[in-house]
Ligand binder design. Structure first.
Ligand code: BJ8
Length: 422
C-alpha cells in the first residue's frame, strides 16, 4: 500500500493507533480471501480497493472537497443517496465492521449495545478511520434505539442530520417519508449551496439504479447451480458498494459479471458439485466483517445469497425513472425506499416473504439467521423467521455473534453440524 500518513495526519487522525489496524487488516484479508481457489480475475479490482481502503477512496473524497464539494456519511440503506449526488456531493457508507473500533464506542455507550453502533461511534471518537474524519455531515435515521442515542453523542463532535423513518408502512407513512426526503433535500441544498433540480435528480436516480442493476446481475449469477463466484467475494462487493464511486463500481461489477457469464457458459464452478447452498439473513455485515461467510465456506457450504442490508435489501427494487418533476421524483424515491424490509418496522411480514422467495430463487438448502449481539429487533424477529422456515420445510439455524473471534470455534462446530445434516 502507498504511504498515506501525511493525509491521515492532515485529517487529524490518531495515526499511531490507526497503524495497528493497518497491520492486522491485510493479514485478515489474506486469510479469508487470498486463500480461496479459482477466484475470477475481475476480483482484482475489489482486492485493490480493500488493500487501499483507507487511502485511494479517501484521497478522492478529499480531492472533491478541495474543489468545494461536500461529503455525507450514512449508516442505513433507507437514506437516499440520490439526493446527495444530485447536489454534486458524495455519499459514503460509514458503518463500522471491526472489533478494532468497539472499545472506543464502549467508552461512551453501554456494553450491551450492538457492535455495529459501538464500532461506528468508536471509529469517530478515537479518530481511527479516515472516512469518519472526512465526512462533512453524518446522516442518521430513527431505526433502532441504539442508533438514535448514538446520533446525539456524535452530534457533539460533527454535524448530524437525522431522518425520521416511520416504522409502519401505511399510506400515511410513505407520505411522511416523502416529507422527510423533501426536508433532507432542503438540508443538503443549504449545506452544499447547490440546487437539486429535476435534471440533476433524474441523473442521480439513473446513477444509483445503475449500481443496483449491476449488483442484481451479480446476484442473479449466484442462482446458477454451477456457482461462478464465492459468497465471500460477493459479500466483499456488496460491502464496497457503500464506499466506491458509483459509476466505477457499476462498471467494475459489470465487467466481473461478463467474466462470470463466461464461467456459467463453460460450466465453471468455484465449489464442488453437491456443495450445500446457504442463504444468510439478518443484521448487516459491515466491512471487514467476513467471519460467518468464511466459516460457512470453509465448512462445506457456499453462501449463495444474503437477505441483508449488505445484500438484497440494498439493491432490490429500482426507483421509477419516468418522473420529470422534483416532487414526482421524491414520491418515487419514498415508494422505492419504503419497499425495504428492516426489522425496525411493525409488522414486517414483507421480510419473511422475501426470505421465502429468495430461498426458492437461489435454490438454497438451508438458511442461517444471523444476529449481531444486542440487536433486539432482528433477534426478536428471528422468532417469525425461524417459524416460517420450519413451516416451509427449509432447515434453519439461528446464530448470534459479534465482531470478536472468541466464538469462531464454537460457530464453526455449529455451522459444520448444520451443513452436514442438510
Ligand atoms: S435498514 S438493518 S442498515 S437500520 S444491527 S444498528 S438495527 S441494533 S443496522 Fe440497519 Fe438500516 Fe435496518 Fe439495514 Fe440497530 Fe440492529 Fe445494530 Fe442495526
Amino acid at each position: 500500500m502507498a504511504d498515506y500518513h501525511e493525509m491521515w495526519k492532515d485529517l487529524g487522525m490518531d495515526v499511531e493507533t490507526h497503524d495497528q489496524l493497518c497491520e492486522v487488516l491485510p493479514q485478515a484479508f489474506g486469510d479469508v480471501y487470498l486463500s480461496q481457489e479459482n477466484r475470477p480475475e475481475g476480483m482484482d479490482y475489489f482486492n485493490f480497493v480493500v488493500a487501499e481502503i483507507h487511502g485511494v477512496r479517501p484521497a478522492e473524497l478529499i480531492e472533491h472537497q478541495k474543489k468545494g464539494g461536500k461529503v455525507f456519511g450514512t449508516f442505513c440503506v433507507y437514506v437516499p443517496d440520490e439526493i446527495v449526488f444530485a447536489a454534486d456531493a458524495i455519499a459514503t457508507g460509514l458503518c463500522g465492521g471491526s472489533q478494532f473500533w468497539v472499545p472506543g464506542g464502549e467508552k461512551v455507550l453501554p456494553t450491551n449495545t450492538c457492535p455495529l453502533i459501538k464500532a461506528s461511534v468508536g471509529a469517530r471518537l478515537d479518530r481511527t478511520c479516515p472516512f469518519f474524519r472526512i465526512a462533512d455531515m453524518y446522516v442518521g435515521e430513527t431505526t433502532c434505539d441504539g442508533k438514535k442515542k448514538a446520533w446525539e453523542i456524535l452530534s457533539e463532535d460533527v454535524p448530524v442530520h437525522v431522518m425520521n423513518l416511520p416504522q409502519m408502512k401505511r399510506a400515511k407513512d410513505v407520505k411522511a417519508w416523502a416529507e422527510e426526503i423533501r426536508e433532507f433535500k432542503d438540508k443538503v441544498e443549504e449545506f452544499t449551496g447547490n440546487k437539486v433540480t429535476a435534471d440533476k435528480l433524474a441523473a442521480s436516480i439513473r446513477l444509483i439504479n445503475g449500481k443496483r442493476k449491476a449488483l442484481q446481475r451479480l446476484y442473479d449469477l449466484r442462482k446458477n447451480e454451477k456457482l461462478p463466484v464465492s459468497g465471500c467475494d460477493a459479500l466483499l462487493i456488496s460491502q464496497i458498494a457503500f464506499y466506491d464511486d458509483p459509476t466505477r463500481f457499476a462498471e467494475m461489477t459489470n465487467k466481473l459479471c461478463d467474466e462470470l457469464d463466461k464461467r456459467v457458459e463453460d460450466g465453471v464452478s468455484v465449489v464442488a458439485d453437491g456443495t450445500k447452498r446457504i442463504m444468510l439473513t439478518g443484521t448487516p455485515l459491515a466491512i471487514p466483517n467476513w467471519k460467518l461467510h468464511n466459516i460457512v465456506e470453509t465448512s462445506g457450504g457456499a453462501v449463495v445469497c444474503e437477505e441483508m442490508c449488505t445484500g438484497t435489501r440494498y439493491f432490490e427494487h429500482l426507483v421509477d425513472e419516468s418522473q420529470t418533476t422534483v416532487e414526482g421524483q421524491i414520491q418515487a424515491l419514498a415508494e422505492r425506499y419504503m419497499n425495504i424490509n428492516c426489522a425496525c418496522f411493525t409488522p414486517n411480514e414483507g421480510r419473511i416473504e422475501d426470505i421465502l422467495r429468495l430461498a426458492k430463487e437461489y435454490n438454497v438448502d438451508g438458511v442461517i439467521d444471523v444476529n449481531l449481539k444486542f440487536c433486539n429487533l432482528y433477534d426478536t424477529e428471528g422468532y417469525f423467521v425461524e417459524r416460517a422456515m420450519k413451516e416451509a420445510g427449509i432447515p434453519v439455524l439461528g446464530i448470534e455473534t459479534d465482531y470478536t473471534d472468541s466464538d469462531a470455534q464454537q460457530l464453526r462446530t455449529r455451522v459444520s453440524a448444520f451443513i452436514e445434516m442438510l
